[in-house]
Write a protein that binds this ligand. Sequence first.
Ligand SMILES: Nc1ncnc2c1ncn2[C@@H]1O[C@H](COP(=O)(O)OP(=O)(O)OP(=O)(O)O)[C@@H](O)[C@H]1O
Ligand SMILES: [Mg+2]
Length: 248
Amino acid sequence: MSKIIFQDVHKSFEDGQKVLNGVSLEIENAETHIILGRSGCGKSVLLKCLLGIFPINTGNILVDGLSVKNKHDYGNYIKKFSILFQGNALFDSMTVVENVEFGIKQVRRDSSKIIRSIAEEKLLSVGLEKRVFDLYPAEISGGMQKRAALARAIAIEPDILLFDEPTSGLDPITGGIICNLLKDTVKKLGVTSLTITHDLKVAQFLSDRASLLNKGQVVWTGHTGEMKNCQNDFVREFYNASDVISRK
Ligand SMILES: Nc1ncnc2c1ncn2[C@@H]1O[C@H](COP(=O)(O)OP(=O)(O)OP(=O)(O)O)[C@@H](O)[C@H]1O
Ligand SMILES: [Mg+2]
């Protein structure tokens, strides 16, 4: 459980492009929050700023009072996070179980037997069968890869789970199964989670609170159920467009 605060965050790149233009947002302890927004609006940049991968120009990002800008505390800051990357980011040259072990070894020193048993327990907890543990990522389906990446993400026992477009590249049925798994996992672990997506259905299923990013600012924060009747022009545009797509 962790509280995340974005305070008037600005981020521009060397080419002069202003991507984040004063993002302010508070995500409570154990909250499941979604960042929605059109392609190119700065969602991934926001995530990279949160992780300290991109330095911010002005403003601040605080996690449990620790600032992303404080270099002395960065070690304590960054170990609160675990991320499920869009492309899963599994190592092709390692088996499924070795991928999870690799994650665990980053945060704890234990005998290889203990690390193996933790990895296996996490893999089983995300619904992977023993027969896939020794296969390579290329030998398992996209849905299984997502599960393996989730097992690696939770194996380090983070306070905050970040999901970047968790259903992209999956068919709708597998995407639905993975969404259910993510929701159950977050609930079971009691962690704070932040999901980035442009899929309104995913947002509505996973959480009840979301923020909409447009032109580098949070233009709306609220319950996903309220979007339907929201008067904000951009919310209406986003919601209606999503509605058209889902009716096709
Ligand atoms: N390293 C970088 N250097 C310069 N500009 C960048 C860099 N990374 C991202 N940008 C710019 O920031 C803007 C926002 O990109 P970002 O990847 O955050 O979009 P997004 O909302 O995640 O889109 P999508 O939904 O398609 O993933 C884009 O115009 C992109 O070109
Ligand atoms: Mg992105």
